[in-house]
Design a protein around this ligand. Sequence first.
Ligand SMILES: [Zn+2]
Length: 310
Amino acid sequence: MGINTEHLKRLPIIDILENRGLKSQMKQYKHQWFGPCPIHGGDNPRAFVVTPSKNLWYCFTQCHAGGDIIELIRKLDNSTYDQTLQYLSTFTGHETWLKSNAVHSVSDRNTYKPFTQTLSIDQNQWLLSQKGIASEMANLFQAGVYSRKGYLNNCLVVRLHDISGNPLGYAGRRLNEHEAVKFGKWKFPPQFPKGRILFNFHRIKHRVDQAVVVVECPWGAMRLHQLNIPAVSLLGTHLSEMQLRILSMVPQIVLMLDGDLAGRKAALAINMRLRSHTQSDIVMLPEGQDPDDLCDLDLRNIIRPFFSHL
Ligand SMILES: [Zn+2]
């Protein structure tokens, strides 16, 4: 299937555990990490050991088993070998991402200081209307062009909130395409805990008794919100353990990631993780199309099977 398993086996076990919010219960002693076993779920703090130098793990109490990262994910997710490779391959090329977007433990939860000030955003909505986002939506989401000096200069910004709706700061989509190619499309505040955010969740949390659409990018969530369809954005293609916990409470998830290779791979991996908790389905977008590239009619038609009110 074209996946380089040797490369996957070098993905640091401890970083994958951190990404899943499991490292916070572990402690380092000399060259190893110890903690309760995340597979059988006991509470012995020395049951499970990870040796980063060898990138291997072992459970000394109930499982009496160990191995590499592939074996660990197979056991954690109860997934097949192929599903595990699919999941892990979504991390390759994102090794630095893994660390910076990890779910932080309770103790370092305060390393990010929320930026609560309201930025003055350019009312020129041309770029947003190109994405089909009406000015009322732009106002509601506090999105627009930021052209003053500073970190978000020359970005199309949108305000970020925690799941309760407290403001955390802004994300910015670089408008200079040369910089976007070189440094990535999006800018987040330093140490921003992306894995603890589910963009737009606080606006739809009273509606999670029905289906919720999950997209990569805020624009897609805004477009769907505008059509009265509950939607959240992952701010990327990775599902953190915290996002998984929230989405597991929703009876039906509709994954609508971008119509590119990264989006498709991520949708498969995320679907696999969600499926052991709730009903989850993938809608594939046409090649090269993001949700905000589609017209309202197409968006509605794709989503209609999951919503009775459309
Ligand atoms: Zn165990």
